[in-house]
Design a protein around this ligand. Structure first.
Ligand code: URA
Length: 234
């Protein structure tokens, strides 16, 4: 890879800014000052340093978990709201894709990667990866209504505008207005539409986990790379 490209990838500086850094004489490759951005570097074996720091670029795919806060949109081009990738500090953000979008007002586990085949495995209902949603309902549901809803969710619901019913899912009530819904698919606004089927409204929605990946200790707005085990679990 060209040295100026390498610096730009490793630091998020533009190619032009990387060239300026090179001209300042602050960059060494294997302990030799290099000012020529066209020099070819071996990304695995050459040691590139800038102002005393060793630079590195990701050589494989990236697999990222973000604890999405409310008020961010799961798109790649901002429309009304800031976008989720603004919260992630890795190079080449535009190559990331989202596995299972969340609504602007939904919080929780959001997985992003630049590995298309893997993303497909995360989202495809064929693979039955459970997504756990915690929800707060606008209207309390009594015991009888809860039992009916649990049964209907387990059977599948034909939602308005759809041709196929929802896949069998698990609904658990914590109390009259708080529930946990475990889905293995991701239809458009699925949780809100399913609760709408019961004449209710979702006031707050949080995705606690996707497959084996949980938010455990990850603060709202923070992100981390998935572990190798987590990547392999999909
Ligand atoms: N279902 C919804 O209705 N909204 C989400 O953000 C995720 C699942």
């Amino acid at each position: 890879m060209r040295l100026d490209k390498f610096i730009s990838k490793a630091t998020e500086l533009s190619r032009k800014e990387a060239k300026k850094v090179l001209h300042s004489g602050d960059v060494t490759v294997n302990d030799t000052v290099v000012k020529d951005g066209s020099l070819h570097v071996d990304v695995l074996n050459d040691e590139v340093m800038w102002a005393g720091e060793t630079l590195s670029v990701a050589t494989g795919n990236r697999y990222i978990l973000l604890h999405k806060p409310e008020g961010f949109e799961c798109t790649l081009k901002p429309k009304e709201y800031p976008i989720v990738t603004e919260l992630i500090a890795v190079p080449e953000l535009t190559s990331l894709r989202i596995a299972g979008r969340l609504d602007v007002d939904t919080t929780g586990a959001l997985i992003l990667s630049d590995d298309g085949g893997w993303l497909h495995r995360v989202t495809s209902p064929k693979h039955l990866h459970a997504k756990v949603y915690e929800l707060t309902l606008a209207d309390p549901m009594d015991e009888a209504a809860q039992q009916k809803a649990i049964q209907k969710v387990a059977e599948g619901i034909l939602l308005e505008g759809d041709t196929e019913p929802t896949k069998p899912a698990t609904l658990e009530f914590i109390d009259a207005t708080h529930a946990r819904l475990i889905l293995t698919e991701g239809k458009y606004h699925q949780v809100k539409r399913m609760m709408g089927y019961f004449g209710n409204k979702v006031e707050a929605l949080h995705r606690a986990s996707v497959g084996d990946v949980t938010l455990d200790g990850l603060e709202k707005g923070d992100s981390r790379f998935l572990t190798q085990e987590e990547v392999a679990s999909f």
